[in-house]
Design a protein around this ligand. Structure first.
Ligand code: PGA
Length: 259
């Protein structure tokens, strides 16, 4: 089964709602100039929450070939959760994707697999595709335990989803030591773990689900490294941080994902 490549730009806590307008416009023009085919490669940007309304207005108003998502979501329905954002609010803003369990959330907000799983369930219930992030820290990789570490996160973080929901979900393998460090994993390292993730999904939910689920690599992806990463059979795209803030660089990564 052919999986459509997916490139996601994670802006993190960068770009306010005014700057978001020019970044999205610039990205849309650059993709157009590069004759980007939205049917061949799916492109999603993840602005901060405060930008979502302006991005929605632009994407809908100008009918841009771009989807947008959020970087986090509450596991709870609307109510007494000060500072949190309910999945239903994101759906109302046209959000299609949301990352859950990014290593920066796991680190700075103490999120564990059980909470990540609950957030994935909340996203799916609101019609949003969860992008479930997993990845090992440096000491785990050095000890040679990266595959088992990541698979435990996959088991825990996908625990609440049924087979059909996993088939439609996205898993992003982001080794913590590669995020924001400039130290990208080798294509072979990315393939090893992405293949193991797909195999585990197959063991739990069967071959058809393993064939359908999209597995991305993330961690210091640049246009220079994107093609060799995405040439790997189990790497279906990229979750891009720093390089997604530069429209030309991000568009070049999208170009490298073309099958
Ligand atoms: P980076 O971030 O591309 O800046 O390493 C990736 C991510 O954290 O999603």
């Amino acid at each position: 089964m052919a999986r459509t490549p997916l490139i996601i730009g994670n802006w993190k806590m960068n770009v306010d709602h005014v700057a978001a307008v020019s970044l999205v416009q610039k990205l849309a023009w650059t993709l157009k100039d590069a004759e980007h085919d939205p049917a061949a490669v799916q492109v999603v940007v993840l602005p901060p929450f405060t930008d979502l309304r302006s991005v929605q207005t632009l994407v809908e108003g100008d009918r841009l070939d771009l989807a947008y998502g959020a970087q986090d979501v509450s596991d709870a329905p609307p109510g007494a959760r000060t500072g949190d954002i309910a999945a239903a609010f994101l759906t109302r803003l046209g959000v299609t994707h949301v990352t859950v369990g990014h290593s920066e959330r796991r680190l700075h907000h103490g999120e564990d697999d059980a909470l990540v799983a609950a957030k994935a369930v909340a996203a799916v219930a609101a019609g949003i595709t969860p992008v479930v992030c997993v990845g090992e820290p440096l000491e785990v990789r050095r000890a040679g335990r990266h595959v088992e570490h990541v698979l435990a996160q996959v088991d825990g973080s996908l625990a609440g989803l049924g087979a059909e929901q996993v088939a439609a979900a996205v898993v992003a393998y982001e080794p913590v030591w590669a995020i924001g460090t400039g130290e990208v994993a080798t294509p072979e390292d990315a393939q090893e773990v992405c293949a193991a993730i797909r195999q585990r999904v197959g063991q739990v939910h069967g071959e058809a689900v393993a064939d359908a689920v999209r597995v991305l690599y993330g961690g210091s992806v640049k246009s220079s490294s994107a093609a060799s990463l995405m040439a790997q059979p189990d790497v279906d795209g990229a979750l891009v941080g720093g390089a997604s803030l530069d429209a030309a660089e991000f568009a070049a990564i999208v170009g490298a994902a073309r099958p």
